[in-house]
Write a protein that binds this ligand. Structure first.
Ligand code: ACO
Length: 331
């Protein structure tokens, strides 16, 4: 159990209109629909237009949140944007969000934890609110993975898609959402998934200098199936919970095969798992809110449900959050 005085009061999401199907990818690289579906479970992904960036997608996700949950954001005092595909190295996407919504008094910063970014963002925001320093924080995961994907590399280009998700957290001592969090880092595995900006000194590749993603998929796969089940176990133990107390498991949607393996190891039934991998691909820090919001829209997730959200990815990073779903639309 952790101390929490932060309540989630809304969620919003956005994906671009343009679709990239497996058949489209067959025309770009030596791959097949059959290989992609069998190895990843993916059928299509959404791709940002030339003029859409992480900030554009993030703004649309926040607008969706405001519209559906009837919340006020002018008094938000913290904006955390988890992204690996910021429009600029500086200023941060969070600063662009502040400017767009003209929020007057706010701490705004980006958080770099790859596909674990959204759950890291929730973890940090819960800490800031529970400590009494902040009262209302927007946590956003927004990615335009297509802009850093090498569409001549079949080992990565079939995997990634674009999207954004946002949650609002507010101070509420009586009805907090957060029950337990668990996190970890294996920096020695950083070379298994990276994108260089300035240096090729550590991870030996010229391909990534200035931009494209390089991945040793098999190593990342092994990291996830080794780490996430242990993390889920720790979360449940810390809260003195059983699997049966949890209604929905929302792992990072990196690969359906990997999620099935994690479910087998944790003992969580696959039909209690929410994913967005089939029609969104791997949207990095946006995948968890996209999967959860789809579950809400399908009427699966109800107020009062216990959820485990678990992010993992480049870094190597992982972060899990056990929480009660505390909001309903127009609350
Ligand atoms: N189409 C056809 N063949 C392919 C493709 C493709 N798109 N990609 C690779 N192959 C080939 C390989 O070249 C290899 O051929 P070879 O045996 O002749 O050398 C064969 O398929 C097997 O390749 P593997 O890489 O061993 O395939 P694997 O079963 O491991 O699947 C995959 C690859 C899907 C990438 C998987 O390893 C994976 O999903 N890993 C996890 C990735 C991940 O979770 N990333 C998360 C974090 S993302 C973030 O933080 C931003």
């Amino acid at each position: 159990m952790i101390r929490s005085a932060a309540k989630i009061t809304g969620i919003g999401t956005y994906v671009p209109d343009s679709r990239l199907t497996n058949e489209d990818l067959e025309k770009l690289v030596d791959t097949s629909n059959e290989w992609i579906v069998q190895r990843t479970g993916m059928k299509e992904r959404r791709i940002a237009s030339e003029n859409e960036y992480a900030s554009t997608l993030a703004i649309k996700a926040v607008e969706d949140l405001i519209k559906r949950y009837n919340v006020e954001i002018s008094d938000v005092d913290g904006i955390i944007v988890a992204t690996t595909t910021a429009d600029y190295s500086l200023p941060s996407v969070a600063c662009q969000i502040q400017a767009y919504f003209n929020i007057s008094h706010v701490a705004a910063f980006d958080l770099s934890a790859a596909c674990a970014g959204f759950t890291y963002g929730l973890h940090v925001a819960n800490g800031l609110i529970t400590s009494g320093v902040h009262k209302k924080i927007l946590v956003i995961g927004s990615e335009v993975m297509s802009k850093i994907t090498d569409y001549t590399d079949r080992t990565t280009c079939v995997l990634f898609g674009d999207g954004a998700g946002a949650m609002l957290l507010e101070y509420d001592e009586q009805n907090p959402s957060f029950i337990a969090t668990h996190f970890g880092t294996d920096g020695a595995g950083g070379g298994h998934l990276y994108r260089s900006n300035l240096s090729t000194a550590i991870f030996d590749s010229e391909i990534a200098l200035g931009g494209k993603l390089v991945q040793n998929g098999r190593e990342v796969y092994k990291f996830a199936v080794r780490t996430v089940p242990k993390g889920v176990k720790t979360l449940l133990e810390n809260a003195a919970f059983q699997h049966s107390d949890v209604q929905w498991f929302v792992p990072h949607s990196a690969n359906l095969r990997m999620i099935e393996s994690i479910c087998t190891k944790t003992g969580i039934p696959i039909d209690q798992t929410l994913t967005s991998v089939e029609y969104r691909g791997n949207t990095s820090s946006a995948s968890i809110p996209l999967s959860l919001d789809a579950g809400i829209k399908d009427g699966k997730v109800q107020k009062g449900d216990m959820l485990i959200l678990y992010g993992f990815g480049g870094g190597l990073t992982h972060c899990g959050v056990l929480l009660t779903w505390t909001c309903s639309e127009k609350n």
